[in-house]
Design a protein around this ligand. Structure first.
Ligand SMILES: [Zn+2]
Length: 155
């Protein structure tokens, strides 16, 4: 009779062999992609992940996707991914969802919304300034000081 330890060791070896067999065609494909420039190594020290467990791949590989807005098929290349995660420093979980054209449209839309919002805030601040003359200004002009409102409970 075999010991449990020996049995576990055998099972582990068998599992590793099986995994290696399954991984072989995948590795071959990866080598082809690297040769063609469709896969690039990941600089793991440059990449951050917000996911748990921590999953940073060994390679960027060309990633086909369908645009969220217009439904067009496009490829997010390994080179673009490397730039996105290692130069722009966006976490590895973030992937492309819009085609180039829709991305530009979305960026312009967001910019317009932001500008309108900031313009609104500026206008509001100016209006407030005009409607609330400060005390020093009133003294200089000799008009009545702005009414003070105290938060005192009336009895
Ligand atoms: Zn699109």
């Amino acid at each position: 009779m075999k010991s449990n330890k020996k049995r576990r060791e055998e099972l582990r070896k068998r599992r590793e062999k099986k995994e290696e067999k399954l991984a072989a065609p995948e590795r071959e494909r990866l080598l082809d992609e690297i040769a063609a420039g469709h896969a690039l190594g990941v600089s793991k020290s440059e990449v951050v992940s917000h996911g748990y467990p921590y999953r940073i791949p060994n390679y960027y590989r060309d990633m086909p996707f369908v645009c969220r807005d217009c439904g067009k098929s496009e490829v997010w290349t390994a080179k673009q991914q490397k730039w996105w995660h290692e130069v722009v420093k966006v976490e590895i979980e973030s992937t492309a969802v819009r085609c180039r054209r829709c991305r530009t449209i979305e960026r312009d839309r967001k910019r317009a919304v932001r500008e309108a919002h900031l313009a609104g805030l500026k206008l509001k601040a100016e209006k407030k300034k005009k409607s609330e003359p400060n005390q020093a200004l009133c003294q200089r002009r000799g008009c009545a000081p702005p009414r003070q409102i105290y938060n005192v409970r009336q009895r």
